[in-house]
Ligand binder design. Structure first.
Ligand code: BGC
Length: 503
């Protein structure tokens, strides 16, 4: 997910021959489609659920509540509906379940097969959503999109990491995250445009447009070859070697092929990756692969990604202003992710985690205080334009901090700390914990907003304190450490060293 599967395999500082060929570039484009699709889904639902015509058609009770002035004392609860949140969250539940099937298909039938299937599920989901005439169609469409997310996010990052020359693998990892943020921004822009379509069917365009990258990914996956690793995994040694030569654009691939062969053989010898990862010596990796995705979601980022327009509307922004604000925070998300690409190997992961954590903490507390003071306990006060601008500014500060810290690092760090023998199991844990908490937050956010009001921001701020302390104490620096030497990082760690004597 989110660049998550990119296993930074055996780069080890070795220089293989061959570089960026047309194949690799096409691969990146298809992979970018996978990222865009995921981002588009993340970003589209918030704007759509804030559109009047959409609410009137599918969620009339929410629509009524919004327009009923006697409900004023309950402004924080304007959107509180389990069915409405199910529209957003169902996708992540389906993705969570699909992940497990996808990992089998990806291994047994190859990365291509998973990508084609994922793209196809996306396409059907987007079409059903675009023509939906009732809530069942809407949810079925979302479930299919979720299946697409599960398959694409399992296979695309693996495909990418196996196709890419070792030296650009790290950058590609965050590149995938970048594609996600661009997808979110495109979705925000599309919503901003479609809400203006007269006749009130703009939401259909918003939902159906996901079909464009879906078609590109499906077609792309048919055109691309499977990876040498996958061909080798399925026992075709000669074919795998020829493919490697083809994608690297040189016949001198002996060294890389030898390494690849050994790594595949070693991985085949691992009979019980799940039992393996439970051994005490892998405790640091296991703990990180559970807690990092958990904390990433508990930053509260998806409250903004899913519900920014709803949140802005709740605190009194108009329709246009709400969608425009989502476009602004979406733009900040893209730019700050680029900052991360630049900084991650220069300054290291820990600095970004710690700085990002502090900035998120301060901005969340200030947003909570501003909403408490200006919007009031019951949300009866009216925000001035200046107050609204300050809140939007603080939210952008928060999004920027996430986008150069927990956003990309939440995927990069778990993928680079695990040795080959536990990598697939660790990756599956990482992806599923992430999906599970994405689902939970998407499902309960509007109810939490209704009951906790502005306190919601303090709730997430509390988690940011805990995760920042966790990083400070338990996450070692992995900048510039070759994968094969990652063991030394744990051995030299004040706490984890006791688990890692036999590395
Ligand atoms: C997270 C997503 C989030 C996105 C925002 C990703 O790293 O996993 O849940 O919506 O960043 O850019």
């Amino acid at each position: 997910m989110a660049g998550g599967g990119i296993a930074v395999q055996s780069a080890g500082g070795r220089n293989y021959e061959g570089g960026l060929t047309g194949f690799v570039i096409t691969t990146c484009l298809v992979a970018a489609m996978g990222g865009l699709l995921f981002g588009y889904d993340l970003g589209i639902s918030g704007g759509v659920t804030s559109m009047e015509h959409f609410l009137k058609k599918f969620f009339p009770s929410v629509y009524k509540k919004q327009h009923n002035d006697s409900d004023k004392e309950n402004a924080y609860c304007k959107f509180d509906s389990q069915l409405l949140t199910l529209f957003t969250s169902s996708l992540y539940l389906a993705a969570l379940i699909a992940c497990f099937f996808a990992s089998v298909v990806t291994r047994v039938y190859g990365r291509k097969a998973s990508m084609s299937f994922g793209g196809f599920a996306f396409l059907i989901g987007a079409i059903i959503n675009g023509v939906a005439s009732n809530i069942i169609m809407l949810i079925v469409g979302r479930l299919l999109l979720g299946v697409g997310v599960g398959f694409a996010n399992q296979s695309v990052p693996v495909f990418l990491s196996e196709m890419a020359p070792a030296k650009v693998r790290g950058a590609l990892n965050i590149g995938f995250q970048m594609a996600i943020t661009i997808g979110i921004l495109i979705a925000n822009l599309v919503n901003f445009g479609t809400v203006k379509i007269s006749g009130g069917w703009g939401w259909r365009v918003s939902l159906a447009l996901a079909a464009v990258p879906a078609v590109m990914m499906t077609v792309g996956s048919f055109l691309l070859p499977d990876t040498p690793n996958s061909i080798l995994e399925r026992g075709h040694t000669l074919k795998a070697r020829n493919m490697l030569a083809k994608i690297r654009g040189t016949v001198n691939v002996d060294r890389e092929f030898q390494d690849l062969y050994e790594a595949t053989e070693a991985a085949k010898r691992v009979e019980h990756p799940w039992r393996n990862i439970l051994q005490p010596k892998y405790r640091p990796q296991l703990v990180c692969c559970i807690l990092i995705p958990f904390f990433q979601q508990l930053t509260g980022i998806n409250v903004i990604m899913f519900y920014a327009p709803v949140l802005f509307k709740t605190i009194g922004f108009g329709d246009d202003a709400s969608l425009m604000s989502a476009v602004i925070s979406g733009g900040v998300n893209v730019v700050a992710t680029a900052v991360s690409i630049y900084c991650v190997d220069k300054f290291g992961r820990r600095i970004l985690f710690l700085q990002g954590g502090m900035q998120m903490l301060i901005s969340q507390i200030l947003v909570g205080v501003m909403i408490a003071l200006k919007f009031g306990l019951n949300g009866t006060a009216k925000l001035s334009k200046a107050d609204a601008d300050v809140i939007l500014f603080l939210i952008c500060l928060y999004v920027a901090a996430f986008a150069w810290s927990w956003g990309p690092l939440g995927w990069l760090v778990p993928s680079e700390i695990c040795p080959l023998e536990i990598r697939s199991a660790a990756q599956a844990i990482n992806v599923s914990v992430n999906m599970l908490f994405t689902f939970i937050i998407a499902q309960v956010f509007l109810t939490m907003l209704c009951h906790m009001k502005f306190g919601l921001f303090f709730f997430f701020a509390g988690f940011v304190v805990i995760m920042t302390i966790f990083v400070f104490l338990f996450v070692p620096e992995t900048k510039n450490v070759p994968i094969e030497e990652m063991g030394s990082v744990w051995k030299n760690h004040w706490f984890w060293c006791k688990y890692c004597q036999d590395y």
